[in-house]
Ligand binder design. Structure first.
Ligand SMILES: Nc1nc2c(c(=O)[nH]1)N[C@H]1C(S)=C(S)[C@@H](COP(=O)(O)OP(=O)(O)OC[C@H]3O[C@@H](n4cnc5c(=O)[nH]c(N)nc54)[C@H](O)[C@@H]3O)O[C@H]1N2
Ligand SMILES: Nc1nc2c(c(=O)[nH]1)N[C@H]1C(S)=C(S)[C@@H](COP(=O)(O)OP(=O)(O)OC[C@H]3O[C@@H](n4cnc5c(=O)[nH]c(N)nc54)[C@H](O)[C@@H]3O)O[C@H]1N2
Ligand SMILES: [Mo]
Length: 762
């Protein structure tokens, strides 16, 4: 397609392949990390190596010599860079100057080398000793009467050991305020899925992909975000399994794949076709589509019964294992086809084809990502996916189940070991029994609630274990001023980012060892552990020399703060940070599922945490798997201005969340820029805009256009995507998202359906 710009071209190649090798080489080179990077990359995801800090896709049992992917290489070289942010660098660049740097430039400046504290007089971060920093932070935290005025944020790269100590510190201090990055992605998985199947985690393992007949990929983009999944999908495809995509956008990377580790593919420029069907559902139209599929299945079932043909649905499973089937049937009977077609944006023929495919498959896996979770009905979206699986008994048997694609490499593990704003009583009692302090019972703040509490002056201090919270959250018009009202901000981090420049009265940056680096404590070299998207727990041991001798490990920093804050602590912090196996012993004593923790992580590949639903044991209140009905409200869009479109915010291929590695988005054909807006050809024509035109995006709500919430000067890119929607990159567009626009049950921001209008720039 002609796009009127050199920087924008349609991409027709395969994912992976030589493009990925070139992308990896550029990433390593750009960070001047060639030697460090290469050593690190060879140790990544190997049995005795470290876990890739990229995504949470599991490692296969039989690892290829290099179990890695292009984006994993970028993540490692970004961390293994030889560039440094030293005290001299910080002295030379006042915060007011750094504020004007781009997000890319801030992180590209390199690794932080010393603990620093902000000095208002010089407007710079200045070095401070670790002991003094701990002492001051501890004194500040002790000065508050109400522990609930402190927020403990976690980003999902933290290891189980760091996260367990962190929650221990916060709970002994007296609060359950754990805003977490998972509140921004898979909150609906944690809240919605347990109501259906009794657990907020996926039920499948990599082995299930070896025997499934069909994989339905709904609302995720693995070529960019979980590239190692493409190797798994390639194997499914090679043995004749089917892969279907439900996505408003055509994501080229999911269509064919050149396996960078297959000499055959690479030498012949060959590729394996992956997804064989794409259904361009409307943004937010998944529930309508899923209801349409289930409605058809029930019609086919009735017809099969009448004609004495084999069953379409699994009646035996439904009778023995589920509740709510009758209500589901009633709801589907009431749901009209006109509404299903309008809301899904698909034709009856397309829905029939998809349903037929699902009916034919004897074992189906549904994998899903943020295209499902980041909506006002994110939790309900997931419950409808579960309904569809349950109808055919596709849960808890080989080759079948649900597969949420989690984000950060240990986001699931962090939740498992206690990063939870609403902890269960059993967990709290076990914690109390092991450590002998009284744990708080009041529910704490999730991410959105924490920003509101800070905005309202209720919360005064923010401690961040990694991440870039202020930039990742919606609504910088609210979030940024809120952060500047804080009394205390402490950031444990590897690199500089914008959140660190939103100054509190007292601001500290504490530099941490990365996943790739050797961690030596009193009892020698330490490993940490992580849990992937399929509940596999394994050890990760850094190999590189630390970026600076002044770095400390995350567990050691958390323990340092805890000891300085809680002089009468019941916890033996010093002992635990000398030997992380003692932290794992404590986790084993508090959290079910970690029996023989230290022994089992020594086994190749680690171990899988027990999962009830995978064994058809439903840990729901009624001990059944539940069909959950959702009466879709008459679309709220009716209240919005007539020309409203739904903006879905996206990641480019060269970004890891708020970390921008580069300016390309290869599979979507974008080179050297991020200031673009994707739209389909017909929609563009209706708006009177064409490829290459400049437009402004403005937020709208029921009161009309909100002129202060605007992103200006985006260039129009014509892309195959559903009608009624536009796409643009995150975080640049977060200004358009209201803090109150989130999934109702889990408060996960509805980043994927933001009401906007498009105006032509003058
Ligand atoms: N390289 C790289 N890897 C990453 C990350 C990264 O930024 N870069 N981030 C990590 C993190 S924290 C996470 S949570 C994961 C995210 O991984 P994904 O879940 O893949 O997240 P997104 O890239 O946001 O992609 C969401 C997809 O949903 C589609 N979509 C949008 N709206 C809808 C809808 O209404 N319905 C449907 N069916 N689809 C929709 C979009 O077109 C897009 O293809 O990746 C992790 N891995
Ligand atoms: N509009 C829109 N907004 C979104 C999303 C979206 O799809 N659309 N996605 C949301 C999602 S899924 C997520 S998970 C959030 C991401 O939210 P966060 O997890 O808060 O953000 P990241 O960008 O992953 O954090 C990057 C920073 O982590 C620090 N870091 C890197 N490695 C380490 C380490 O090993 N240890 C420590 N301590 N720090 C480290 C570096 O300083 C780096 O700048 O964004 C959310 N925001
Ligand atoms: Mo995420």
């Amino acid at each position: 397609m002609k796009q009127n710009a050199e920087s924008i071209r349609s991409y027709n190649g395969a994912a992976g392949g030589w493009g990925a090798v070139k992308g990896s080489a550029l990433a390593v080179h750009g960070q001047k990390a060639l030697r460090r990077g290469v050593i690190a990359i060879f140790r990544m995801n190997q049995v005795k190596g470290f876990d890739c800090p990229g995504c949470a896709w599991p490692d296969p049992d039989h690892r290829s010599p290099m179990e890695l992917c292009e984006n994993g290489v970028k993540a490692v070289s970004w961390e293994a860079t030889t560039k440094r942010v030293s005290p001299e660098f910080l002295a030379a660049h006042p915060v007011s100057e750094l504020w004007n740097w781009s997000d890319f430039d801030l992180e590209d400046a390199g690794r932080l080398t010393h603990p620093v504290k902000y000095d208002a007089q010089s407007d710079t971060y200045q070095p401070i000793s670790w002991e003094k920093a701990f002492e001051e932070i501890g004194a500040q935290l002790r000065s508050y009467n109400d522990p609930d005025c402190v927020e403990f944020y976690t980003s999902g790269r933290a290891s189980n050991e760091a996260a367990f100590l962190y929650q221990l510190f916060a709970r002994e201090y007296g609060t359950n305020n754990f805003p977490d990055c998972s509140n921004m992605c898979h909150g609906p998985t944690s809240v919605g899925l347990p109501q259906s199947i009794g657990i907020g985690k996926g039920t499948v393992t990599l082995q299930d992909f070896e025997s499934c007949e069909l994989v339905i990929c709904v609302g995720h983009n693995p070529a960019t975000n979980h590239p190692r999944m493409l190797s798994t999908l390639r194997e499914v495809s090679l043995r004749g399994g089917k892969i279907i995509t439900i996505n408003p956008l055509r994501e080229r990377g999911l269509e064919k794949f050149s396996f960078p580790q297959s000499p055959g593919d690479m030498l012949t420029n060959g590729s394996t076709p992956l997804s064989s069907g794409l259904y361009n559902v409307r943004v937010g139209g998944d529930i309508a589509l899923l209801k349409g599929m289930m409605k058809l299945m029930l019609e086919h079932q009735r017809s099969a019964e009448m004609h004495g043909k084999p069953d379409i649905i699994d009646n035996a499973f439904i009778a023995e294992h589920t509740a709510g089937f009758k209500e589901l049937v009633e709801d589907l009977a009431k749901t009209s086809w006109s509404r299903i077609l309008k809301e899904s944006g698909l034709s009856f023929a397309q829905i029939s084809e998809l349903t037929h495919c699902y009916e034919q498959s004897k074992a189906t896996i549904i994998s899903y990502g943020l295209g499902i979770t980041q909506h006002e009905n994110g939790s309900e979206n997931i419950q409808q996916l579960a309904n569809l699986l349950l109808l055919k008994g596709n849960m808890g048997r080989p080759g079948a189940g649900i597969c949420p694609l989690r984000g950060h490499s240990n986001v699931q593990g962090d939740r498992s070991v206690g990063i939870n704003e609403a902890p269960g009583e059993t967990f709290l009692q076990a914690l109390e029994q092991r450590f002998g302090f009284t744990a708080p019972r009041k529910h704490g703040h999730s991410a959105v609630e924490s920003v509101k509490a800070i905005r309202d002056g209720q919360s005064k201090a923010l401690i961040c274990l990694g991440g870039n919270m202020a930039v990742a959250m919606p609504d910088p018009l609210v979030t940024f001023p809120a952060m500047r009202k804080l009394d205390l901000a402490v950031h444990m981090t590897t690199k500089l980012n914008r959140s660190h420049l939103l100054l509190a009265k007292h601001s500290y940056i504490l530099p941490v060892l990365g996943r790739t680096e050797r961690d030596v404590q009193a009892k020698g070299v330490q490993s940490v552990t992580v849990e992937d998207s399929m509940s596999m727990v394994h050890a990760s041991c850094g190999a590189l020399k630390p970026a600076s001798p002044h770095l400390r490990s995350e567990p050691a920093i958390v323990a340092g703060m805890a000891m300085a804050t809680l002089p009468h602590s019941k916890v033996n912090w010093q002992e635990m940070i000398g030997d992380y196996s003692l932290i794992r012993d404590a986790i084993e004593q508090v959290v079910p599922g970690f029996t023989d923790y230290n022994w089992r992580i020594e086994q190749p590949g680690g171990f899988r945490m027990w999962n009830g639903a995978s064994n058809r044991i439903w840990l729901t209140e009624n001990e059944k798997a539940n069909f959950i009905v959702f009466n879709t409200p008459d679309t709220q869009q009716a209240l919005l201005p007539e020309n409203t479109l739904m903006l879905t915010t996206m990641r480019s291929h060269d970004q890891y969340n708020t970390t921008i590695y580069g300016m390309n988005d290869r599979y979507r054909g974008i080179t050297g820029r991020r200031d673009v807006m994707f739209i389909n050809a017909q929609q563009a024509k209706e708006l009177g805009i064409a490829a290459g035109d400049k437009v402004n995006l403005k937020a709208v709500n029921h009161e009309g256009v909100r002129h202060e919430r605007v992103v200006e000067g985006l260039t129009v890119v014509i892309h195959e995507m559903a009608a009624g929607a536009v796409g643009a990159y995150y975080p640049e567009t977060n200004i358009l998202i209201d803090l109150d626009h989130h999934d109702k049950q889990s408060a996960t921001p509805a980043y994927k359906s933001v009401p906007v209008v498009v105006e032509k720039s003058l």
